[in-house]
Design a protein around this ligand. Structure first.
Ligand code: CDP
Length: 794
């Protein structure tokens, strides 16, 4: 059963701000009343509108662009092409992965939807109309669409702009010990192997991406409103690329309607809005539409994987090895720490105690949109978990063992933590068996298996899928992890006003996760100030400390640590001031929530509000203590945090249509200390829906010419309440030993852990047909094909 105590109804948030009850989200009153302020709600005086001309083809040489007619449109103020940007040295820009990408095409177009020209007009309708007046001549080139063909001899070279690039190869990367792994495989009783594809999917946030650039030619200051998950990193990148100093750039992220990794990078539209504003002297807004978002902004996954597991006949897993072909699209613009070209994929060893492991990853260019972001996952953990959790099921099938039992037999044991895995990660803490046992109990695993046997006997198709995942979230530490040279740390500043109310300023950026509530709860826990008296400020580089932002569930592990430590600094400072006020020595004081008092005399004490007033008032302060109650911390996490979870899914498959119905889904998560259980649960519900979507319907496909087949919500299906069951959840609490409040990230656990549970369930349902694997998405057509014994199409 849950190890956390249940909330006492009489207890308020101020009594126990962390982990208890359902502290309501501070941001919800404005969201549910339609008072959120998103980018497209912002209207600046004199604002112009931009629109992007995009390539209709996947691969072509640009012969000419004629903008004369568009410029003659009465409402058009500027048309920007790649040639114009070349003059400003902005036609190409560095990516987050040490490559370059075209802002506007100059020589070739390399994917359908690539940015070719930018129109600035009085209104967005005129800007869009004028796109049709631009005359572009393309000379078609053969495209490379399938990553498995990208390295064929004679394949068209996509990146002929790069000196010395004679093929479509980007990188080779490996982790683990190959020789040791091969040796374990050679002597194993059983080896199973499975090819699998994690298809290209898209984060598809509800709000698409956009920017408003407002350049002031008088003081040379650029104010940039952006849908960004990383305002500070963006500001520094603009400074590096455009040469505008940071103090002349202010990035403001207003409310954001979902990011999921899609709003980490800088898109050409943002840069063009800036150039448009500099050229016209007026603010320029650019907001993409849904198709632009799906076709041109950062995708996720697109890994073709070969997995192998070596085991003993009695079900002891010995080693895992894998080779991955990673499709990075036309520019290598994936987002992850520099040293990790395949992100944290090397966590593919999963939750199991192995003797050896090895992975190799080859990255290739194709004529598809660039990106490769951590879509609701910490840098390729999703692909890694899918690989190992599918492989364990393939092994269970081979050994004719129950998949839950096989997992239980191979878990890293609690006494082995901190656990160093075979690819170099140090798992901070974990206790896996109780989580899986709880999930089995909650869903009545034995009962489900009995039901399945009865249904099978009647010819009905029911499947049960198990998955157990360990994530690695909260990137840094900075000595190992950086993005374009910026160390992965985050800042926080806590100020207590003279009346005892507080403001906390963050470098991370909420996109709906509820930071305004949870970060206030952390400060409340440390200082005893009620959460409602703590304002959380984020999303404005002029008002917040530097840090790398929110993605890969890093806000709680990194910024959460920064906030807790900044609050503790305030608490220590308050002790010095209280001692002066009480005319005693600091070491004679004791802390209880919200006040310092004299040891042995609880009546002689000062509350944090009294101390704040003292600090800002006339109290004679001790030597070296300034007259405020403020503190700032940049937190460099000593390690990542390793949340985990056990998921079990039950599906029914319609034998006539192949339609999969997810009937039940139980998720037991462990994210260490839970700051706000209601928000944690909400994060899990959302992630589970996301995972069901990926497993059953989400897929960006391309035809042989490179035409994107998933460019609208008519084709790119995302789940609604109709397709998902009522989630059944449970939790265990295994705090992180190194995090200041023991919290691990949770934002992405469910997206990571749920796809293999669903696919394992579908494959299990199809066992009577001899199916041992099928690739996502398990659409009715694909399931039906699998039932006919045909392989899943690529
Ligand atoms: O980086 P991101 O905010 O997307 O992910 P996260 O750090 O996992 O946090 C997601 C939300 O859940 C935030 O509002 C957190 O404060 C909250 N959370 C929590 O209440 N307890 C945890 N142990 C982890 C996250």
């Amino acid at each position: 059963m849950p190890q956390e105590r249940e909330p006492n109804p009489a207890m308020t948030a101020s009594d126990r701000p962390i982990g208890f009850g359902r502290v309501q989200r501070k941001e919800d009153p404005r969201f549910i009343r339609g008072k959120g302020r998103y980018l497209d709600d912002i209207v600046l005086p004199g604002m112009l509108h931009g629109a992007m001309l995009r390539s209709p083809v996947a691969h072509a040489r640009l012969v000419s662009i004629d903008t004369t007619e568009a410029l003659a449109h009465p409402k058009v103020l500027a048309v920007i092409t790649g040639k114009d940007l070349e003059g400003l040295n902005l036609a190409w820009a560095p990516t987050l992965s040490a490559d370059v990408m075209a802002i506007l095409a100059t020589d070739k177009v390399r994917f359908q939807g690539q940015e070719v020209a930018f129109v600035v007009a009085e209104d967005r309708y005129s800007a869009r109309d004028a796109l049709e007046l631009i005359d572009v001549e393309y000379e078609d080139l053969p495209p490379v669409v399938d990553a498995r063909r990208a390295l064929d001899p004679g394949a068209p070279v996509i990146r002929d702009d790069k000196e010395g690039q004679t093929d479509n190869h980007i990188f080779d990367w490996e982790a683990g010990d190959k020789a040791e792994t091969d040796a374990v495989f050679a002597r194993a009783d059983v080896v199973v192997r499975q090819e699998m594809v994690y298809p290209r999917v898209h984060p598809a946030p509800m709000e698409t991406c956009g920017a408003i650039a407002d350049y002031d030619p008088v003081d040379g200051k650029l104010t940039l409103y952006e849908t960004t998950q990383a305002p500070h990193a963006h500001r520094t990148l603009y400074a590096m690329v455009a040469g505008i100093p940071e103090h002349k750039i202010r990035v403001i992220a207003p409310d954001i309607g979902g990011g999921f990794g899609n709003k980490v990078g800088i898109y050409p539209g943002y840069v063009c809005a800036v150039v448009g504003s500099i050229l016209t002297g007026r603010p320029v807004k650019w907001v993409e539409d849904r198709s632009e978002n799906l076709m041109s902004t950062a995708f996720a996954r697109d890994y073709t994987m070969t997995g192998e597991i070596a085991a003993t006949r009695d079900g002891r897993i010995l080693a895992v090895r894998t080779h991955v072909l990673a499709d990075h699209g036309a520019f290598n613009a994936t987002a992850q720490p520099t040293k990790y070209p395949a992100g944290f994929f090397s966590i593919f060893t999963g939750s199991y105690d192995l003797q050896a492991a090895h992975c190799s990853v080859t990255g290739v260019y194709t004529n598809k949109a660039p990106g490769g972001v951590a879509y609701a996952c910490s840098f390729r953990v999703t692909e890694a978990v899918y690989l190992v959790e599918r492989m364990v099921d393939v092994l269970a099938k081979e050994l004719e063992m129950d998949p839950a039992e096989l997992r239980l037999r191979n878990f890293i044991r609690p006494e082995q933590f901190p656990y160093k895995n075979k690819t170099g990660w140090e798992y901070d803490s974990g206790d896996y068996e109780p989580a899986l046992r709880m999930a089995m109990e909650l869903i009545d695993y034995e009962g489900l298996r009995r039901e399945q046997a009865e249904k099978r006997a009647r010819g009905e198709l029911m499947g049960i899928g198990v998955s157990f995942f360990t994530e690695t979230v909260g990137a840094g530490p900075r000595k190992h992890m950086d993005i374009v040279g910026l160390g992965m740390a985050d800042g926080a500043e806590v100020r207590v006003h003279p009346t005892g109310k507080a403001v906390v300023r963050l470098s991370v950026q909420t996109q709906g996760q509820g930071h305004e509530t949870t970060f206030a709860q952390i400060v409340a826990e440390e200082l005893g100030i009620p959460p409602e008296d703590i304002e959380v400020v984020h999303g404005d580089t002029d008002q917040t400390p530097f840090g790398l932002g929110t993605y890969g569930s890093r806000s709680t592990p990194v910024s959460g640590g920064a906030v807790a430590l900044a609050a503790r600094k305030v608490q220590e400072k308050a002790r010095l001031i209280a001692a002066a006020m009480l005319e005693t020595r600091p070491e004679d004081l004791e802390w209880e929530k919200g006040r310092w008092y004299v040891k042995g005399d609880p009546s002689a004490g000062k509350t944090i509000a009294e101390i704040a007033l003292g600090a800002h008032g006339t109290v004679a302060l001790p030597e070296g203590v300034d007259g405020n109650l403020d503190a700032e911390v940049t937190y460099d996490p000593p390690n990542l945090t390793f949340p985990f979870g056990a998921y079990i899914c039950a599906v029914d498959v319609d034998p006539g249509t192949g339609k999969v119905h997810v009937r039940r889904f139980t998720a037991v998560d462990d994210c260490g200390t839970r700051i706000n259980p209601m928000i944690v649960e909400g994060q899990i519900h959302g992630g589970l829906a996301d995972g069901v979507g990926m497993a059953l319907m989400e897929f960006i496909g391309f035809d042989e010419q490179g035409n994107c087949l998933g460019g609208s919500f008519m084709d790119y299906l995302i789940p609604t309440a109709m397709e998902v069951p009522d989630w059944e959840t449970g939790y265990t609490v295994t705090p992180s030993p190194h995090h200041p409040i023991g919290a691990k990230g949770i934002g992405e656990s469910a997206t990571v852990g749920s796809p293999p549970a669903v696919v394992n369930a579908v494959v299990d349902a199809l066992a009577p047909f001899g199916v041992t694997h099928m690739d996502m998405p398990c659409t009715p057509a694909r399931v039906w094909e699998a039932m006919q014994g045909r392989p899943t199409p690529p």
